[in-house]
Design a protein around this ligand. Structure first.
Ligand SMILES: *[C@@H]1O[C@H](CO)[C@@H](O)[C@H](O)[C@H]1NC(C)=O
Ligand SMILES: *[C@@H]1O[C@H](CO)[C@@H](O)[C@H](O)[C@H]1NC(C)=O
Ligand SMILES: *[C@@H]1O[C@H](CO)[C@@H](O)[C@H](O)[C@H]1NC(C)=O
Ligand SMILES: *[C@@H]1O[C@H](CO)[C@@H](O)[C@H](O)[C@H]1NC(C)=O
Ligand SMILES: *[C@@H]1O[C@H](CO)[C@@H](O)[C@H](O)[C@H]1NC(C)=O
Length: 347
């Protein structure tokens, strides 16, 4: 058969069309790939977990982070195919760090009964404790939990969720480093993560950078609406603050030997009320939708291009038992499950 025979040309055409279709399917299917939500329970008017899981499923939200191993929530998540990031309560860290048997007990009661019906993505030893007195228990709790999970033949990476406060220098990103006061603790955590091939979870809020210095930080850069490069750092160009924040943390991780430690954004969001002109529905809607589009685009950050940044939007609901002000107003949804503002993955 000649390469130029009509039959061969036809076959090529069909093949190309099929490839195109496949590509289209991949692009369409990508949607909000890699994006999950934080599901907090600090409200006295929240829907029951079955209804919440039903909502997540109906919206194809395939990842959720919960802050403690709440049995009712975990039961609701069984069989859902939703990947679950489960937190260890901060007040449990000390015991988990000092007593390996308590880590075994934790795995026995919090994880084992739900395996394999629940797809656990990470076990998170502590949320934002590195600046406080519990910091010294994080590494011990992580290694005891890791040993207990491996002992139970359950393969789930163990990590911790850090606040961006762990950073000492974040500008310019190429000069990023953890703060001197946290170097020792971060060093032990980072080497654990590097050894186990696990990511670090980081709560990254451009919102706070903005409200702390609105004179000097451009709102477009923070919200992700800047068409122009705002920051040039060596050969790298930044249009979005969150990318600069992540790259600064990548540099800090490298300085601690964590060259292959990936960052998972365990929280990012914007309050829709509670702080004047900063916390508006318009800003929240713009930030959250741009965040979802950006992290799921696969562009990555200038320093680590070409990957989806696994991200958990904060938060699913407005929670009325949190401190008054912005803290109660980070929700994408009101407790009656209607949207506070339109978010791509809910529409
Ligand atoms: C969820 O995904 C399914 C299958 O991929 C699709 O049929 C459905 O339209 C999606 N639903 C939404 C709300 O995107
Ligand atoms: C551990 O789990 C794997 C599957 O996840 C299974 O193939 C293996 O038999 C299990 N080993 C033990 C000792 O239970
Ligand atoms: C980088 O950070 C160090 C402190 O860690 C500081 O002394 C130095 O001036 C910074 N360099 C730049 C280019 O900002
Ligand atoms: C993307 O992520 C995967 C898995 O974490 C990693 O193996 C790969 O090197 C990353 N690619 C880039 C371009 O960073
Ligand atoms: C849901 O709750 C919000 C906030 O309280 C309220 O404004 C809205 O009208 C409610 N929607 C429905 C359908 O009940």
């Amino acid at each position: 058969m000649s390469l130029y025979s009509p039959k061969f040309v036809n076959l090529c055409l069909i093949y190309e069309l099929l490839l195109l279709l496949l590509l289209l399917l991949i692009v369409v299917d990508k949607g909000a790939q890699g994006v999950g939500v934080n599901y907090g329970l600090l409200g006295d008017n929240l829907p029951d977990p079955d209804a919440v899981v039903g909502l997540l499923k109906s919206r194809n939200i395939t990842k959720v982070r919960i802050f403690e191993p709440n049995t009712e929530v975990l039961k609701a998540l069984e069989g859902s195919n939703i990947e679950v990031v489960v937190g260890v309560r901060n007040e449990d860290l000390q015991l988990l760090a000092s007593d390996p048997n308590s880590a075994t007990a934790w795995v026995d009661t919090s994880v084992k009964p739900h395996v394999p019906a629940v797809k656990f993505r990470y076990v998170v030893a502590g949320n934002e404790v590195i600046s406080g007195p519990l910091a010294k228990f994080v590494h011990g709790a992580m290694s005891n939990l890791d040993r207990a999970l491996k002992g139970a033949n359950i393969s789930v990476p163990v990590s911790t969720a850090v606040s961006y406060d762990v950073m000492g220098v974040s500008y310019p990103p190429s000069n990023g480093s953890f703060s001197d006061t946290h170097l020792e603790v971060m060093g032990s955590i980072v080497s654990f993560l590097e050894q186990n091939g696990s990511p670090i979870l980081a709560n990254v809020y451009p919102y706070f950078t903005y409200v702390n210095d609105p004179e000097n930080v451009h709102l477009d850069y923070v919200l992700g609406t800047s068409l122009d490069v705002v920051l040039t750092d060596g050969r790298l160009n930044y249009k979005m603050l969150i990318d600069a924040m992540l790259d600064a943390m990548y540099v800090a991780l490298e300085k601690m030997g964590g060259t292959s430690v990936r960052i998972v954004v365990s929280e990012s969001g914007w309050p829709s009320a509670g702080n004047g002109d900063f916390a508006t529905i318009a800003n929240a809607q713009t930030y959250v939708n741009n965040l979802i589009a950006h992290v799921s685009s696969g562009l990555g950050t200038p320093m680590r291009p070409g990957n989806v940044t696994e991200t958990y939007v904060f938060a699913l609901f407005n929670e009325d038992l949190k401190p008054a002000g912005t803290e109660q107003n980070f929700g994408l949804l009101y407790p009656n499950m209607t949207q506070v503002y339109p978010v791509k993955f809910f529409s």
